[in-house]
Design a protein around this ligand. Structure first.
Ligand code: 5RP
Length: 239
């Protein structure tokens, strides 16, 4: 299911901070960028480290397809061309973080509210390279509240549907107003779920009317995870 190898990163005599682990995996991901090919870029604090590193090899790629306005801004600030997903047919790799990753490479994503565009760009890529610090590795998905992007008029019914399966869905706020995603929709964070069959779960929730995107990435699971640990970057390969 998963095979593991360690990179040559020098082990540190002290525990690395989460920020340092993110930097390690962000830099390690450069190895998976294919020269001459557009690269799919995710969203979040770990990806921000990757974007910084990508700046150093920007002359080797035509540019990037981005999963959020925030990542687009960072990429452009480094002189990296950003194209719309519709303008690039195929991506060799999509590189993104995760809120949780299970032993099969299935993930919960959307902590940064970008799950819909992340799933769209990931679907265009041959391989999903997940970059994460070791705290994101879990035996079963669901401890992290599951993000679900919804059409606002369906919110109350979707909250009830999650309650019927034992989940407590909370509308994500930005100050005193509901958070509005890059797609103009709202987000629920669902607490108390145990997602031990991610493929079936993703299929089911995706069919509920008003659900735009569920933050389980099982159909677009990771092919490889670069996991930041105190012993260096571990490479987990999922078959
Ligand atoms: C954004 C995401 C992020 O990949 C996820 O939240 C992890 O973020 P971070 O690298 O900041 O921990 O899915 O929607």
């Amino acid at each position: 299911m998963v095979s593991m190898s360690n990179s040559s990163s020098t082990p540190s005599p002290r525990a690395l901070t989460q920020d340092e682990l993110k930097t390690l995996v962000g830099q390690a991901a450069l190895e998976y960028v294919v020269p001459g090919e557009w690269v799919g870029v995710g969203t979040g604090s770990t990806v921000n480290k990757f974007i910084e590193a990508l700046g150093s090899i920007r002359h080797k790629i035509p540019g990037a397809v981005s999963s959020s306005l925030a990542s687009t801004e960072r990429l452009r600030a480094l002189g990296i061309e950003v194209r719309e997903a519709n303008e690039v047919d195929w991506l060799a790799v999509y590189i993104d973080g995760a809120d949780e990753i299970d032993p099969r490479g299935c993930m919960i994503k959307g902590g940064g509210a970008a799950l819909t565009r992340e799933k769209i760009v990931a679907a265009q890529a041959e391989r999903f390279i997940c970059i994460a610090d070791a705290s994101k590795q879990v035996p079963v998905l669901g401890k992290f509240p599951l993000p679900v992007e919804v059409i606002p008029m369906a919110t109350t019914r979707i909250i009830s549907q999650f309650a019927a399966m034992g989940g407590r869905a909370v509308l994500r706020m930005a100050g005193d107003k509901p958070l509005v995603t890059d797609n103009g929709q709202h987000l629920l964070d669902v607490h108390g779920l145990k997602i031990d069959k991610p493929l079936g779960f993703e299929s089911l929730i995706s069919q509920w009317p008003g659900v735009v995107t569920v933050g389980v990435f099982a159909f677009q699971r990771a092919n490889i995870c670069l996991l930041g640990t105190d012993a260096g970057v571990q490479t987990l390969r999922f078959d």
